[in-house]
Design a protein around this ligand. Sequence first.
Ligand SMILES: NC(=O)c1ccc[n+]([C@@H]2O[C@H](COP(=O)([O-])OP(=O)(O)OC[C@H]3O[C@@H](n4cnc5c(N)ncnc54)[C@H](O)[C@@H]3O)[C@@H](O)[C@H]2O)c1
Length: 344
Amino acid sequence: MSVIYHKFALPATGFIIMAAFHTKDISGSSFLVTGGAGFIGSHITEYLLKNGAGRVRVLDNLATGFQKNIDLFAGYSNFEFLQGDIRDFETCKKACEGIDYVTHQAALGSVPRSVKDPITSNEVNVSGFINMITAAKDAGVKTFVYASSSSVYGDEPNLPKVEARVGNPLSPYAVTKKTNELYADVFSKLYGMKIVGLRYFNVFGPRQDPDGPYAAVIPLFVSGIINQTPVYINGDGEQTRDFTFVDNAVQANIRGMLTDNADAFGKAYNVAVGENFSVNLLYSAIRDMLGIDHEATYREERAGDIRNSLADISLARTLLGYEPTQRFMDGLKQTVAFFKEMYS
Ligand SMILES: NC(=O)c1ccc[n+]([C@@H]2O[C@H](COP(=O)([O-])OP(=O)(O)OC[C@H]3O[C@@H](n4cnc5c(N)ncnc54)[C@H](O)[C@@H]3O)[C@@H](O)[C@H]2O)c1
């Protein structure tokens, strides 16, 4: 399998110190972000580059990620892009060379995608995962953080969702994420690796892909309203989600990688805000923010969709020091502004 290795040698520009989620000096540390050309991974990469990381490497095959996200980092001489596939173990080994901290975001997202093609989702999300975690173990990395998902709660009916109580998975995608957690648990016990899993709840924000059959609800709604194309709401729209702005997901990754709390490792955490909103409310909020009148079309409920989702985030608060800085409406405003600018 071919690997294209890009190293940028331009001087860093736009070095802005953002609200940092860490106090450690990371100027001598190297980070690997898999999936860094994608939505969440590109935000983690941006944070690291803007907040003093010594070296940041992205591994991505651009399956659902974008070269334009990588281009954002071209001005940083301490940034490297390794274009390659996590299904290839040699590529994963190369990606982990000289790395202190790994955050593994690369995967094929979307429940419907996994329903349509469970084999590829399994190859990327399970085989790719074990390749990455094994390569990270062999390289002796300090911590390994990975993206799990609220889908692991499956048919567990109680709200809010607490980490210790999961149900049966309802999709191949959920099976892949649950399998990641099982492997992470075994690797942490068997090899003493320091591992942190993050169960994201409906992450949204700038750069989330609005196109294609597996686009997420927020970019779909925003782009549909702006471009006056049909927008569909599944079921009656009263289903709720704990919509989580991407900065909060970035924070969880940074805290997970850099924590000194020995009790924090070997666990998977809810990453959310701890508030839920209905899809109907989401739709009208976006319409109001855009100031554009547009009617959504209601259609059948999607098979396997859960009715309500809400996270208890106290475990992440206690063990990682995680505290969401952006609530739903704050994040939504920034997201709507981003897409407005993108389509203008
Ligand atoms: N966005 C959410 O709401 C959400 C919720 C729960 C979990 N997650 C998980 O978070 C992670 C990031 O999701 P995202 O929303 O940023 O998705 P994304 O599709 O934008 O990013 C995933 C990245 O992984 C890359 N990738 C896919 N297959 C690969 C392969 N074989 N080798 C190398 N790179 C590969 C893609 O090109 C893409 O850049 C994923 O693991 C996803 O399952 C996301």
